[in-house]
Design a binder for this molecule. Structure first.
Ligand SMILES: Nc1ncnc2c1ncn2[C@@H]1O[C@H](COP(=O)(O)OP(=O)(O)OP(=O)(O)O)[C@@H](O)[C@H]1O
Length: 264
């Protein structure tokens, strides 16, 4: 479904600030793979997601979705294939528009050939059904402005908007990190439910080791723009936070990383 081939990205090349963010990184995801991505600050995790989404162009390598290179596909066009949720609950939705208007925008991004844009009666029924799955009562507040929602409610809506169109790839960029623990748990559980329901191919960055262990069928650990450890299948299921920290300590000796940096 997703293939990253030898992705290389350097920032500020040739200057004192030169930083190799992705160092010939390759990764292949099958349909339905749910990969948790961990690593210290500056390991290249967000750059990786930005390269997939088309926000950053790699200096070398290729990004393929369903065997088609995406390098010539601009970010706004890739959003037809890619759903994304950011750390900031304010980032994924338009605050001055209503819940149903936000959903209509996400819907029309994918169903471009639809003759009737906006909110139709049929679509309203569909939106209500989708919102019911969140279990937050938002299906009864279709005309409420999104700016009035709490951070958790807004992030749940962002997650729904990123998933209900069944994107080929779902990118989650520390999407629970800005929420209080109970709301973070709610969004984590919703993520599990929506990803499983849609069998979505997903990459999720997290600094929460427990979350990285609990979610998904694969895990990758990044350091200095490379994948330094990965687990899948039974090995992934058998991982614990302690075993991850042990793996981490193996790369720590020749790096400036610390447990704290990984666990933030
Ligand atoms: N636009 C940019 N210009 C210059 N350097 C950048 C840019 N974006 C990222 N970098 C650098 O590239 C490296 C990788 O950054 P990236 O944001 O991908 O790391 P990360 O693993 O997501 O870190 P964090 O966990 O702190 O979010 C860092 O050293 C960062 O400072």
């Amino acid at each position: 479904m997703l293939q990253l081939k030898q992705i290389y990205k350097v920032f500020n090349e040739g200057s004192l600030d030169e930083k190799i963010a992705l160092n010939h990184l390759s990764l292949s995801l099958e349909e339905g793979d749910f990969v948790t991505v961990i690593g210290s600050n500056g390991a290249g995790k967000s750059t990786l997601l930005n390269v997939i989404a088309g926000r950053i162009t790699p200096d070398d390598g290729d990004v393929q979705i369903k065997d088609r290179s995406m390098l010539d596909v601009r970010e706004y066009k890739r959003s037809r294939y890619i759903g994304r949720v950011f750390q900031d609950p304010m980032a994924g939705t338009a605050p001055t528009l209503t819940i149903e208007e936000n959903l209509a925008i996400a819907y029309s991004r994918v169903h471009k050939r639809s003759l009737k844009p906006g909110v139709t009666a049929k679509r309203r029924v569909f939106f209500k059904e989708q919102l019911e799955m969140l279990g937050l009562g938002l299906e009864n507040r279709l005309s409420a402005k999104v700016g009035l929602l709490s951070g958790g409610e807004r992030q749940a809506l962002s997650l729904l908007m990123a998933t209900f169109t069944k994107p080929d790839i779902l990118l989650l960029d520390e999407h629970t990190a800005a929420l209080d623990p109970s709301r973070a748990e709610l969004i984590t559980n919703l993520t599990k439910k929506l990803v499983e329901k849609g069998n979505l191919t997903t990459l999720m960055i997290t600094h929460n080791m427990q979350q990285a262990v609990d979610l998904g069928n694969r895990l990758i650990m990044m350091d200095k723009g490379q994948i330094v450890f990965q687990a899948e299948g039974n090995q992934k299921q058998g991982l614990t936070v302690n075993s991850l920290l042990e793996e981490f300590s193996k790369i720590k000796s020749d790096s400036s990383l610390s447990d704290k940096a990984l666990l933030i």
